[in-house]
Design a protein around this ligand. Structure first.
Ligand code: EPZ
Length: 424
């Protein structure tokens, strides 16, 4: 197991290039199960979660060829329909195999994902949507077992107690591609990752309307074809480097990103009086000694993304005053609070709100990464802490950030990856 060793205090400056979107790529990779002709995907980020998905697809008899700057997928109609616990437990997004397997092979058996560090993550809305299309679903021995001779289009209301569901929307969209007639998903997620999935499905010949709104309309087809598609940039990776620049810049240029997907972050940073220049595909951020405290809540898109909440909290440790963050998507997603406090932050949790008393100096310590975005938050905090910080269990980081230590070192950070001999 590896750890990151970071010596704080070096200002960041220079350019960093954003990779393809992890959360955009994952449902698109599962969508290749539907394709009757070859699919070529470009700008797929080379991450652990992507490799896990490739392995799972291969177990489902998809042939994958790595063509260096692209991945090619060929999927036979017949084949395995079981996604095993061994792979699903590593990555909850695997539940997205359910919709396309059922649509293509008439049958799907997908392990229920296990516990999760960011709180409860039920899949009831996924099942509600797929049942509404006419599937028979049973939960047996830790697996969701679904069958359907012919799925039928219908109108489905998919929003839940915390708003829309991203992967739930993706799963139902994928199942609906081969349903008879039209499916309308009301209360659909409108995240950029869902927009990308809709654009990809259109390339494969599935008529879809309404992506980017809360109402999607999918016309089922008899045959889903193939085609080529480029994965859009990762908005969370981009946002993480923008926050890093705000904390520890310098002058940082985040390039090859989509600023239009980051409006909520840009708004918060402008309220915090962080100097920004925004172009069509770049954001330049200038570090500033004076950050104003802010109040915000995470919300489904276009609200402030929960996947940037932890990183923003690290920034607000530097603000001149008290900031409040309320987590409305995953009310328990605060594992990073205790670790930030170990670095000298002063953060108190009241229910699903974190109260951040800014302006206390951080000092390096040993800390433990608990999930992907919490890990990124600790890396950012370590960049401004006095002395050395060791971040253990960074395998979480490798699930979602392409070569993060190399990208940060390219900006001048004093950061290195080492073998964690203590193995914690
Ligand atoms: C996606 O997860 C992302 N994962 C998450 O990113 C992200 O945090 C989340 O969306 C919210 O933006 C991928 O895209 C692979 P949801 P997803 O269903 O789709 C509740 C990261 O760090 N809910 O939109 O699984 C749920 O508990 C990861 O990259 C139900 O109640 O999230 C939550 O409160 C972590 N029933 C809310 O909806 C359901 O059936 C939103 O979750 C499904 C969800």
């Amino acid at each position: 197991m590896d750890k990151l060793v970071i010596r704080g205090g070096t200002p960041l400056s220079g350019k960093v290039r954003v990779s393809g979107s992890k959360n955009g790529a994952l449902p698109i990779l599962f969508a290749t199960l539907l394709a009757e002709d070859p699919v070529v995907l470009r700008n797929v980020p080379r991450l652990v979660d992507i490799r896990t998905t490739q392995r799972m697809l291969q177990e489902l008899d998809v042939q994958i060829t790595d063509e260096k700057d692209a991945l090619k997928f060929v999927t036979p109609a017949e084949g395995t329909y079981t996604a095993s616990y061994q792979l699903v437990r590593r990555m909850r997004a695997s539940v997205s195999a359910l919709g396309p397997l059922l649509a293509r092979r008439g049958r799907a058996r997908v392990s229920l994902p296990g516990g999760c560090a960011i709180g409860q993550r039920p899949i009831d809305l996924h099942l509600k949507g797929i049942r509404a299309l006419g599937a028979e679903i049973q939960i047996r021995h830790g697996y969701v077992e679904a069958t359907a001779r012919q799925l039928r289009g219908t109108t489905i209301y998919l929003s839940g107690p915390f708003g829309s569901t991203v992967l739930g929307t993706a799963n139902v969209m994928l199942a609906a591609t081969r349903a008879k007639g039209v499916t309308v998903i009301d209360g659909a997620a409108c995240e950029p990752e869902i927009v990308a999935l809709a654009q990809f499905l259109r390339v494969l010949g599935v008529p879809i309307e309404g992506e980017g709104t809360h109402c999607l309309r999918i016309q089922g087809v008899d045959r889903v074809g193939g085609g080529e598609f480029t994965i859009p940039p990762d908005r969370i990776e981009a946002g993480t480097y923008v926050i890093a620049g705000a904390m520890a810049g310098g002058n940082v240029a985040v390039e090859a990103c989509a600023p239009g997907h980051l409006r909520a972050l840009i708004d918060v940073l402008q309220r915090a009086e962080v100097p920004l220049e925004i172009g069509e595909d770049f954001i330049h951020v200038h570090g500033t000694p004076a950050i104003r405290p802010v109040e915000l809540a995470t919300l489904p898109y276009p609200g402030f993304p929960t996947d940037l909440q932890a990183q923003l909290m690290a920034l607000l440790c530097r603000a001149n005053g008290v900031s409040l963050i309320t987590e409305k998507v995953y009310p328990d997603r605060f594992m990073h609070v205790a670790e930030l406090n170990r670095l000298g932050a002063q953060i108190r949790k009241e229910g699903s709100t974190a109260i951040i008393l800014g302006g206390h100096r951080l000092s390096g310590a040993d800390v433990m990464a608990s999930d992907l975005r919490a890990s990124a938050c600790l890396v950012l905090a370590a960049l401004i802490a006095d002395g050395e910080t060791e971040i253990h269990r960074i395998y979480h980081l490798d699930r979602g950030y392409v070569r993060m230590e190399e990208k940060l070192a390219g900006l001048g950070a004093d950061i290195r990856r080492e073998d964690d001999e203590e193995g914690v």
